[in-house]
Design a binder for this molecule. Structure first.
Ligand code: LMR
Length: 344
């Protein structure tokens, strides 16, 4: 069940959090020396536990524990506790964490620009369409490309469609003019906001709430489960159900870590992950619906549904983001995505 977080937690600096975390893990390890696992897999992510990604990671942890009889231990670190957007992929390459599930929007900046195709506004009509791409040849090809950046791509997970939030309704392109909008580090997302007359501000997810609270940025785009669990409502009372873009994840590991495991452990982890991803994918639409219902009941939150004409104007206005991606990647991948959408 998605639960709102109302106030910003008093966050200690990251080095302090990591030191405390390291000490806590050392103590836990010391207490249970006899039960020391043969394999330890640290899974770090940036969102709350009660989101599709948070729930998927916990299901993976439970399945691995059950199927390995505790021989393989998965430790899950949510909420950017261990690593945040700025450093998690580097930490993976250096072996300071074994598994991540960054949003697809974050792989472009990490050297795999093809992933930015998922950021194209209005590319997908629904999650069934997304899966035609992620679960087919195009998805497999994209996961393979992660090898170029020393990442092993293991699977895709949905969160859902993004909605706009701000201190005012955002129904038409004119409403966006002059707003500073927090975006993930993706050229397509930045182009989308510029096309609407807004100023994109790239910020790590873990800093978004504070930036909105302090007025560094005025607006944000999020699936509703992230909006709710990050406690953004007090600073973003207007949520416009634009449904303008998709947010999903790729689960990645460190190829050296993976190569150090036995074939039997590969099979165990791969099948646990497959089941955990299926669980997360089943959950994503439900958590989205629950978050919407909860926001409808939240005092002070105003939900807006753009009309068909307003949606059409927004869609028209963001075309430059498509042109930019066509220029930077060429037509090949876009044609493959389109074919996947048509043929399934
Ligand atoms: C964001 O930065 O907005 C998202 O990628 C966070 C997440 O992992 O869902």
């Amino acid at each position: 069940m998605v639960a709102p977080r109302n106030n910003a937690p008093a966050r200690s600096p990251r080095w302090l959090r990591r030191t405390l975390l390291g000490a806590a893990c050392a103590v836990a390890g010391g207490v249970s020396l006899a039960a020391k696992p043969a394999v330890l897999l640290r899974f770090s992510h940036v969102v709350a536990p009660d989101t599709p990604k948070g729930q998927m990671a916990l299901r993976f942890q439970a399945l691995v524990h059950e199927r390995s009889g505790g021989r393989i231990r998965v430790e899950v670190f949510p909420d950017s506790q261990l690593w945040g957007d700025d450093d998690e992929m580097e930490a993976l390459r250096l072996g300071a964490v074994e598994m991540l599930a960054p949003s697809l929007s974050k792989f472009g900046n990490a050297g795999v620009p093809e992933f930015e195709v998922f950021d194209l506004p209005y590319l997908f009509a629904d999650l069934a369409q997304v899966r035609r791409v992620t679960q087919g040849a195009v998805g497999r090809g994209l996961l393979q490309r992660l090898g170029r950046q020393q990442m092993l791509g293991l699977g895709f997970l949905d969160n859902g469609f993004k909605q706009m939030s701000a201190t005012r309704p955002l129904r038409t392109p004119a409403d966006f003019r002059g707003l500073r909008v927090r975006v993930q580090a993706s050229r397509v997302l930045a182009a989308q906001m510029r096309a609407l007359g807004a100023r994109p501000v790239v910020l790590p997810f873990g800093e978004t709430q504070r930036a909105l609270a302090s007025g560094v940025v005025d607006a944000a785009e999020n699936p509703l489960s992230n909006f709710l669990t990050q406690g953004l409502a007090p600073w973003q009372p207007h949520v416009t159900l634009t449904q303008h873009g998709y947010l999903g994840y790729a689960v990645v590991s460190n190829p050296r870590f993976w190569a150090s495991l036995s074939q039997a452990d590969h099979r165990l982890l791969a099948s646990a992950l497959e089941d955990a991803l299926a669980h997360g994918n089943r959950l994503s639409a439900d958590l989205d619906r629950q978050a919407l219902a909860m926001l409808r009941r939240t005092p002070g939150v105003m939900l807006h549904e753009p009309s068909a004409a307003e949606r059409a104007a927004l869609r028209q206005a963001v075309q430059p983001a498509w042109d930019g991606l066509r220029r930077s990647l060429g037509p090949g991948l876009l044609n493959d995505v389109r074919n996947a959408l048509i043929t399934g």
